[in-house]
Design a protein around this ligand. Sequence first.
Ligand code: AMP
Length: 401
Amino acid sequence: MSNVLVINAGSSSIKYQLVDAETGERSAAGLVERIGQRGSEGRIVHRSEGEGSAGARFERELPVPDHTAGFSAMVEAFAACGTPVEGLDIRAVGHRVVQGGSEFFEPTLIDDRVADRILELGALAPLHNPGQYQAIMAARARFDVPHVAVFDTAFHQTIPQRAYTYAIDRDVADRHGVRRYGFHGVSHQVVSRRAAAFLGRPIESLRQIVLHLGNGASACAIDGGRSVDTSMGFTPLEGLVMGTRGGDVDPGALLHLLRAGLETDELDALLNRGSGLAGLAGSNDFRDVWAAAEAGDGAARLALDVYAHRARHYIGAYLAVLGGADALVFTAGVGENHAGIRARICGGLEWLGVEIDPSRNEAAAAGPRRIGTDASRVEVLVVPTDEEAEIARQSWRLVAG
Ligand code: AMP
């Protein structure tokens, strides 16, 4: 038995899964959301599978003032489904941690010192690390098993200095830890490995561009299995157009807004929650925006134009960084499911060797698949991401040795 409880705490949510790290099979999954939101109750949705509780589901609105309470709600949901956590033979807990700074390069066993550093690194990721720290402390108090931190930034530690350095005053940057860290590392890592396995080629021989297009979105240039550049930077705000984040914006425009009277917190809310598809077209759900554009809505059309333009911009950049590419890989909610935007992003890139096959692209299929033509010099793939399975795998590898 290699049961790993995976805890993926976001700024106002906790996603969790119970995964057998060796088989990848999951026996429970759930989501606690609206944590710490003033004026609205939290909510938990939980599903347990397996013997004695096949399909048991638990859903409830309840007060969840912080991530400690969110963790307790999860424990109660397991019990309410007839599968109390004490009986689940949990061997390790894997925690997704967004920001590992310049010091955590690998999955790391969590002791008091590591937990303290995760909290301190909250200075660089104020929306994420503090809640993750709370979830870690609650889980350590409850489960007397090894706890492993898997960092979103770790996969990007191989990015060379020329690509992670911002050209600002070096002393200022060093003093404040300002550099590109990159995020979505767990996803880029598992997707690039699965893409290589699908192609039946050693990952060391491949230059890949992975487009993780979900509510958060980032591009990554991967050379021989190592991240060499990525579009998210010091924070997960930089790069591609996302659900509620706009990606690249001239910092001068932000100074202008501050001078025009916007408060820092207002600017923060604008950039994190009021931009991207939501800012341009009124919804962060890609399906809504696509449907509105098809119905002739000008704002939605522009949003998709900007979305596709930015993605192509990064493909071009990473082709230059990598000196060409062997595979272009789409993943996450939009990337895995939306043939239309994949076609838009790849359209007209035949001269670069990127050729989509329309019927392969539009075929409804699950699992890794080829959507490029047989003649396409660059393999164009859809490869589903699975961050939780990867966190379970990395945690178990560290614990089981
Ligand atoms: P993620 O963050 O990976 O869960 O992705 C969330 C995004 O994926 C949202 O913008 C959804 O609109 C989009 N999405 C999810 N399912 C689909 C689908 N079947 N078709 C198109 N977009 C989808």
